[in-house]
Design a protein around this ligand. Structure first.
Ligand code: PLP
Length: 449
């Protein structure tokens, strides 16, 4: 079996996610036969360094021996059992471990099977909490411009990336949208910290005006990943936590992408020393192996649902694969690698290496900004460096970088004209150099005319 045969079989039966399928008339689909560590291999023997962790999920490489072994052992014992009325060891142990690792005050774990579903859980739980306490006017959510929380209708409504959202607008609940602290828009000479602080003012004003009808503010701490890897500073989280307490509004932290070390700390909220009312985790939770997600919340919220059945206060929400045992075993193996290998400290060295390796791009005539939070680094291409005006989106310049990457053993998948690196944590300094070299050439080619 070679690439061409596999591609032709695929294109006659599949419909791929987030893809205009007509593009595949000229943009080849890449069939992967096997993978190990940071390397993916196709059916013709070409290799690709997975610089984006297969959409931000993989942490410790493909076919990781420790995670493989954990899954195998779990499969021999128990693959799955419903989590209503029943339980199992892996889900209990995972919950104990998560609660110990999460910011203090998060005491209860509720499971789902993907990121969007975790967002739906958090939104419904927040609304339902207030309802159980007779705050019946609280029916709305506050969200940030340029935010992303997933694709199901509730999660899509809570997000703000127009490319994904606008088409479905008539189907979506109405949310209150506040300008983002996205530091790309800071004034010349203004520090990211000062800009972040200044951009909290519209959030505070919105809370003042709408708190009586607001269940929660939902945010992605520090990096708006799907929103072109735009970044802001921890002070926003600190101010938001205080304001949410003051105005009796929940804080939902969507750490589905930034959790598990991506921003340099195990959870991004740690950098502001805050604890949210709900934290949503998925993606890296299983090391990139299996779909699993969790919403953790304080006992105070859990207790507002705890009552006699007849009061109808219970949270009657479930998904078939909630708390799947094999997924939990992959998550436990992932957490054990974090602990054993002191990953957060080791990543600091890798992050510094990436910072130094990308330094030269700051002076590139078509790069407006190179930004980084820990293990996430983004390079924004623009038409005019001085005014920061973008290229017309129809030109799809980022796609040229993608194509150049594929020809040079590199999986880069730019978001529009933003090239970014979010590699597995087992990447080596040499591989980082290779990754940045190919990206730099790609940027040169994409901005040549
Ligand atoms: C990926 C993502 C989601 C959605 O997760 P899925 O598993 O793709 O449904 C939600 N929020 C953020 C911040 C994400 O990056």
């Amino acid at each position: 079996m070679n690439n061409e045969e596999i591609i032709s079989r695929d294109l006659s039966v599949l419909w791929h996610p987030c893809t205009q399928m007509k593009d595949h008339e000229w943009l080849p689909l890449i069939p992967i036969k096997q993978a190990e560590g940071v390397w993916l291999e196709d059916f013709n023997g070409n290799r690709y360094l997975d610089a984006i962790s297969s959409w931000w999920v993989n942490l410790f490489g493909h076919s990781n021996p420790e995670i493989n072994a954990a899954i195998q052992q779990q499969t021999e014992k128990l693959e799955h059992v419903l989590l209503a009325g029943f339980t199992h060891e892996a889900v209990i142990e995972l919950s104990e471990k998560l609660i110990a690792l999460l910011p203090s005050g998060l005491d209860r774990c509720f499971y789902a099977d993907n990121g969007s579903s975790a967002i739906e859980v958090a939104l419904k739980m927040s609304f339902h909490y207030w309802r159980n306490l007779d705050f019946t006017k609280k029916t709305r959510f506050i969200t940030l411009e340029n935010s992303y929380h997933g694709e199901t209708l509730g999660a899509l409504a809570a997000g703000n990336v127009t490319l994904y959202k606008d088409t479905y607008a008539p189907l979506l609940m109405d949310v209150i949208t506040v300008p983002s602290p996205d530091c790309f828009h800071r004034a010349e000479g203004e520090s990211p910290e000062a800009y972040t602080r200044r951009m909290f003012e519209p959030m505070r004003a919105t809370l003042e005006q709408h708190h009586h009808e607001t269940c929660a503010v939902i945010i992605e701490p520090l990096v708006q990943c799907a929103g072109y890897m735009r970044m802001y500073e921890p002070v926003y989280l600190e101010l938001l936590r205080k304001a949410c307490d003051e105005f009796n509004v929940h804080l939902i932290a969507d750490e589905i992408a930034v959790g598990f070390g991506r921003t340099g700390t195990l959870f991004a909220c740690e950098q502001a020393d805050i604890s949210p009312d709900f934290i949503c985790l998925s993606k890296g939770l299983t090391g990139g192996y299996l779909p699993l997600s969790v919403v953790a919340t304080p006992n105070k919220i859990y207790e507002a649902f705890y009552d006699d059945y007849q009061t109808l206060r219970a949270f009657l929400h479930s998904h078939s694969y909630t708390g799947n045992a094999i997924g939990c075993s992959a998550a436990l193996a992932t957490l054990s690698i974090f602990e054993k290998n002191n990953v957060i400290a080791a990543n600091q060295k890798l992050a510094n290496h990436i910072r130094q390796a990308t330094e030269h791009l700051k002076t590139h005539p078509h790069v407006a900004e190179v930004r980084q939070h820990g293990m996430i680094t983004a390079i924004e291409m623009v038409q005019d460096k001085k005014t920061r005006s973008p290229y017309p989106w129809q030109e799809r310049r980022g796609l040229r970088v993608y194509q150049h990457g594929l020809k040079n053993n590199m999986l880069l998948r730019p978001l529009g004209d933003v090239i970014y690196f979010m590699p597995p944590y087992i990447i080596t300094p040499d591989e980082i150099d290779q990754m940045v070299k190919v990206a730099t050439e790609g940027i040169d080619i994409a901005t040549r005319d």
